[in-house]
Ligand binder design. Structure first.
Ligand code: PLP
Length: 259
C-alpha cells in the first residue's frame, strides 16, 4: 500500500469532539492523510460555547514539536487555536520550513461567542505567522479583527499584503439569504464559491475546512481546486451533522467509512 502524506495539526482539544484537533484528525483520516498532532491547549467547552482555555506551557509544546520534527517531516501543517501569544515567536521560527505549505485558521472567537484570543495573540499572529502562511482561512469577523479593517474584502487583501499567500474568506458567519459565499483571494485573482446555506448552526466547520485544505495541499493539489474540494467535502460533513447535545450541530467527518 502507498504511504499516506503526513499533515501536522497544531491546535486545541475540544471535548465535544466537533472542533479542534479531533476534527483535524478525523478529517485527515477521511481524506487519506496521516495526522500528527500537537495540542496547544485543553478547553472547557460543550456544543454550546467555550468556557475556558488551559494552554500548555510554551516550553512543553516546543519540546514536543522539536522531538517530532527531528523525526518526521510533514507534507503540510495546519495551525488552529493557539490559546496563548507567548509560544508564537518560537513556533514561527521552527515552522519556517520552505516547501511545507502552512494553513492557518485564525481561531479568534468561538461561534458560540466566547473570545479565544486577546490583542497580544492577534498581534503575534500578524507579525510572526502571516508571513509563513500559504493559506489563511478566516471568517469575516476574524479577517476584520486580524487586519484591523472594517470591510472584509479589504481586510482579506490587506492580510495578503501582510504575507499570507492566499486568503479563503468564509461567509457563513454573516450569511444572509439561502447562499453562503466564500471568496478566495490569491496570487492571480479572486474567486467566489457559492454554497446552499444549511439549516443549523455548526461547531467546528472552520476547523474542518482548514484541515481539509491542509490535506489537499499535502497531496500537492493546486490551490484553487484544493480549496474548492475542501469546501465541497466540508459541506457534506455539515449536511450529515449530528446533534448529540443541546447546542450547535457537530460535523460528521467519517460518514463515508461508517458501516
Ligand atoms: N475549540 C477549539 C479547540 C477550536 O479549535 C475551535 C475552532 O477552531 C473552537 C473551539 C471554536 O469552534 P467554532 O467556531 O466552530 O464554534
Amino acid at each position: 500500500m502507498q504511504e499516506r502524506p503526513t499533515v501536522l495539526f497544531i491546535g486545541g482539544h475540544d471535548p465535544s469532539g466537533g472542533a479542534g484537533i479531533q476534527a483535524d484528525i478525523e478529517t485527515a483520516q477521511a481524506l487519506g492523510c496521516r495526522a500528527a498532532s500537537l495540542v496547544t491547549c485543553l478547553t472547557t467547552q460543550d456544543s454550546r460555547n467555550v468556557r475556558a482555555l488551559h494552554p500548555q506551557p510554551a516550553e512543553d509544546l516546543l519540546s514536543q514539536l522539536d522531538c517530532l520534527l527531528a523525526d518526521i517531516r510533514p507534507q503540510a501543517i495546519k495551525i488552529g487555536l493557539l490559546g496563548s501569544a507567548q509560544v508564537i515567536p518560537s513556533l514561527a521560527e521552527r515552522l519556517a520550513t520552505p516547501g511545507v505549505p502552512l494553513v492557518l485558521d485564525p481561531v479568534l472567537a468561538a461561534s458560540g461567542g466566547q473570545r479565544l484570543a486577546d490583542e497580544r495573540l492577534v498581534t503575534a499572529i500578524r507579525r510572526h505567522l502571516l508571513p509563513l502562511t500559504t493559506l489563511l482561512t478566516p471568517n469575516r469577523a476574524e479577517a476584520r479583527r486580524l487586519a484591523m479593517t472594517a470591510e472584509p474584502d479589504t481586510a482579506a487583501r490587506e492580510l495578503r499584503g501582510l504575507g499570507a499567500g492566499a486568503v479563503l474568506l468564509t461567509g457563513a458567519d454573516e450569511a444572509r439569504g439561502d447562499q453562503v459565499i466564500n471568496r478566495l483571494f490569491h496570487e492571480t485573482g479572486e474567486q467566489d464559491f457559492n454554497w446552499p446555506r444549511l439549516p443549523h448552526s455548526y461547531h467546528g466547520s472552520g476547523c474542518t475546512l482548514a484541515a481539509a485544505c491542509a490535506c489537499g495541499l499535502a497531496r500537492c493539489g493546486d490551490l484553487v481546486s484544493v480549496t474548492e474540494q475542501a469546501q465541497a467535502w466540508t459541506w457534506q460533513a455539515l449536511a450529515h451533522a449530528e446533534h448529540p447535545g443541546h447546542g450547535q450541530w457537530l460535523p460528521r467527518h467519517l460518514a463515508e467509512t461508517e458501516p
